[in-house]
Design a protein. Structure first.
Ligand SMILES: [Zn+2]
Length: 318
């Protein structure tokens, strides 16, 4: 398989080949030479082992590159948020010794930016109003483009979702999962950017924030499928995509995803070293010497981190 490579022969991530209608501009440069990683939990529950893997991998990857690490709370979906959960996640991260740079970025405080991005897409005649109900669409299938002709000039449109027309091919090299290729029409479809209930979509907010603020996205492989839509949006906005690495998702012994939604037990931070070592080993890293404190752990872990040791699979059963 042909692999995208940079001048030094390294695989080049997030090279998105999208047709000229969508992407007349050339790919820009990252705004900062210093790598920026992030952990971006939704405040819909407590931190569980699966999300800790993503946090730990992102943190080690970023610090190993001497980069900046951002904590972002993806709290635009107010109705799904659990009161107190953002604070609880923050507290658990602190007790595990994570240190983020700068203030926490709350998506709920970035609505103006998302609205500006949406208007940019509208101005490019890419956004249409859609009133299709979930029931009227074939379940689990790609949106068939029913309402594509209903282009809009401004938003919101009462009682309608807004979708962005995505087409063309898109590929990137995921640092863990390898080459990913999407045909945006066939595999992704016209992504919702504005929900019928008046909220900006996760895909739009996440795409904008990652492109604006982050150079290296490390997150769970359950989000790999959504990367096509996010890259399509980033390219339509003529922003520079980050590099992506998707760590395996944890499955329990029954084969169910360990997630906040399946009553996975929250991370027990009463023994932070035990849980950090456990996550470290699940990520395929070489065992560390015994440590007495979490700062000992990080002092060993950060220089020892090897992304190439993370299992190249989408799922791990624990
Ligand atoms: Zn529709």
């Amino acid at each position: 398989m042909h692999r995208l490579q940079d001048a030094r022969g390294n695989p080049r991530a997030a090279d998105c080949l999208i047709n000229d209608t969508l992407n007349p501009g050339r790919q820009g440069e990252h705004l900062t030479a210093r790598p920026v990683g992030r952990f971006a939990p939704s405040p819909t529950g407590l931190l569980h082992l699966g999300s800790l893997l993503a946090a730990l991998a992102s943190y080690c990857d970023t610090r190993n590159r001497h980069g900046l690490w951002q904590l972002r709370i993806d709290d635009i979906d107010g109705p799904r948020s659990m009161p107190g959960s953002a604070e609880a996640i923050q507290k658990t991260l602190e007790s595990l010794g994570f240190e983020w740079d700068g203030p926490i970025l709350w998506q709920s405080q970035r609505l103006e930016r998302y609205h500006a991005a949406l208007q940019t897409l509208i101005d490019q005649r890419l956004v249409f109003a859609c009133q299709c109900s979930r029931k009227s669409l074939p379940r689990g299938e790609i949106y068939p483009g029913h309402c594509r002709a209903r282009l809009i000039d401004s938003f919101p449109v009462a009682d309608h979702a807004l979708r962005v027309h995505l087409s063309g091919k898109c590929s990137f090299v995921d640092t863990i999962q390898g080459l990913q290729e999407f045909d945006l029409s066939r595999d992704v479809g016209d992504s919702i950017v504005w929900r019928r209930d008046g909220l900006v979509s996760y895909a739009l907010a996440c795409a904008v924030d990652d492109a604006d603020k982050v150079s290296h996205v490390v997150r769970g492989a359950d989000l790999l499928a959504g990367t096509g839509a996010q890259l399509g949006i980033i390219k339509a906005l003529r922003l520079t995509p980050p590099e992506y690495a998707h760590v395996p998702v944890l499955l329990d012994a029954n084969g169910d995803k360990l997630s906040k939604h399946s009553l996975a037990r929250p991370v027990d931070d009463s023994d932070p070293l035990e849980i950090l070592h456990r996550a470290w080993l699940i990520l395929g890293q070489q065992p560390l010497a015994a440590c007495d404190t979490v700062s000992d752990f990080w002092q060993q872990a950060i220089p020892a981190w090897q992304m190439s040791r993370v299992p190249r699979t989408r799922q791990i059963t624990v």
